[in-house]
Write a protein that binds this ligand. Structure first.
Ligand SMILES: [Zn+2]
Length: 435
């Protein structure tokens, strides 16, 4: 760990009062309206907003198995660029992260890269097949201390398997993160089922395929008194079910992706597979319901569902293309555009939804803490008065499948500090010095 001291001057903590922060030994050593410290590297943050470091609960890092599309190291750098200090590595790798051996490998790769903490997510079932439970206990007891389990990419569709998984994870305070997709209702589905899918002749993906699983699983979570997390909610109906479940005191949390807060299914009219994603882009009515749900807390967090794909698997006909889009480097700007500039969230609420609550759901105890003296120095800085134009050829991810190429987005993430170490300064990622 670097001994370097940083004095962050003139930034607004959570968008409020101007506060200087002194970082040393990995922690926030002092906070004050204004002071000087000659032994520190001074960083001028006038006009910027200082947030606790961002935590992503849903990231596809693709290693092991698809290192041509992304690696733990490349995703970690892309994460630092986007203001993240912790990523949660989804289990649908090759081999699948369904044993202690694989999750420990991913965890160690994250430590070696050193830009963020990489918290592996364990598969719920062996090989993501939805049949036999994976080595859940061994993964929880491993060095990686896995607390989040998901078959993401696949739905845990068998209600008995889902019930057993929810029961099993209770003993170590785990959570099942469900990719809610009723498989029988989505065979061959290509995009949201609606007017646009009929017009384009692409097989539809009905909202109820998502909502039926959410409804079933909140009832199961209630029945066995366990913790359930719903990945990437996309429909107004899904929001209504989660709102009902929370009102009943059911232990359910939910996430929404940045892209589902902005993009809609009419983009499929271009037949550009960069807009092909699972779950699919929905309607404007759904987007507005998701924004309101994130604002009122029905949806707890933003998660990127960063899903890198090579051009071989993405630059082809819509029907053949892989599902997914990258999102680490644009997430905070999309939230600035959809939630802050619209007045739906203030910066304190953004910190809650992109740092504090995701760390709480994942039980990442060293993350998601309020900016206070003594807290770990995980810090993200954004200048909301500046804007930038997304260029897919400049992303740090190994894959280029951003849906925002050419978009002008508000909010430039300028600095990231991970455990007191600067991983990005003035929008430039800092590669570790050779040791
Ligand atoms: Zn998913």
């Amino acid at each position: 760990m670097s001994e370097q001291r940083f004095l962050l001057k003139g930034g607004k903590v959570l968008g409020g009062a101007v506060t200087d922060l002194l970082i040393s030994n990995g922690r926030i050593e002092a906070m004050s309206p204004s002071f000087s410290d000659e032994s520190s590297t001074v960083i001028d943050l006038k006009g910027s907003v200082v947030l606790p470091g961002l935590v992503d609960l849903h990231t596809h890092l693709r290693e092991p198995g698809r290192e041509d599309s992304e690696t733990v190291a490349s995703a970690s750098r892309a994460g630092a660029k986007g203001g993240f200090v912790a990523l949660s590595a989804m289990a649908n790798t090759s081999p699948v992260a369904d044993t202690a051996g694989v999750v420990e490998q991913v965890y160690r790769l994250g430590q070696e890269a050193g830009f963020v903490d990489v918290f592996p997510i364990g598969a719920v079932t062996q090989g993501l097949k939805g049949e036999q439970l994976s080595e859940i206990g061994a993964m929880a007891d491993s060095v990686a201390r896995v607390r989040v389990f998901s078959d993401d990419g696949n739905c845990v569709f068998d209600p008995l398997v889902m019930r057993r998984a929810l029961e099993y994870i209770k003993k170590f305070d785990g959570v099942i993160a469900q990719h809610a997709q009723e498989p029988r209702l989505t065979v061959g589905s290509q995009m949201n089922e609606g007017i646009i899918s009929s017009k384009l002749g692409l097989k539809g993906w009905p909202a109820i395929a998502e909502e039926a699983i959410i409804a079933r699983d909140v009832l199961l979570a209630d029945h066995v008194q366990s913790r359930l997390h719903i990945c990437h909610v996309t429909t107004a109906g899904g929001v209504e079910i989660i709102r009902w479940a929370k009102a009943r005191g059911i232990q359910v949390t939910a996430e929404v992706t940045p892209h589902h807060l902005l993009l809609t299914d009419d983009l499929a009219s271009s037949y550009d597979p960069v807009f092909k994603v699972n779950p699919p882009l929905r309607t404007t009515r759904d987007v507005m319901a998701l924004r309101d749900a994130l604002a009122d807390g029905t949806i707890d967090i933003v998660a990127t569902d960063h899903a890198p794909h090579t051009s071989e698997t993405k630059d082809c006909e819509w029907a053949e293309a892989s599902f997914g889009m990258i999102g680490l480097e644009t997430a905070l700007s999309i939230i600035t555009k959809t939630m802050v500039e619209t007045g739906l969230l203030d910066w304190s609420a953004v910190a809650q939804r992109m740092s504090i609550a995701p760390a709480e759901i994942g039980r990442y105890s060293n993350h998601g803490q309020n900016l206070a003296v003594g807290s770990p120095a995980h810090i993200t800085v954004i200048n909301p008065t500046k804007s930038w134009v997304v260029d897919r050829d400049l992303v740090l991810s190994k894959s280029r499948n951003t849906p925002y190429h050419g978009y002008e987005l508000p909010g430039v993430v300028t600095h990231t500090f991970f455990g007191g170490q600067a991983t990005m300064i003035d929008s430039k990622v800092i590669d570790k010095a050779v040791q």
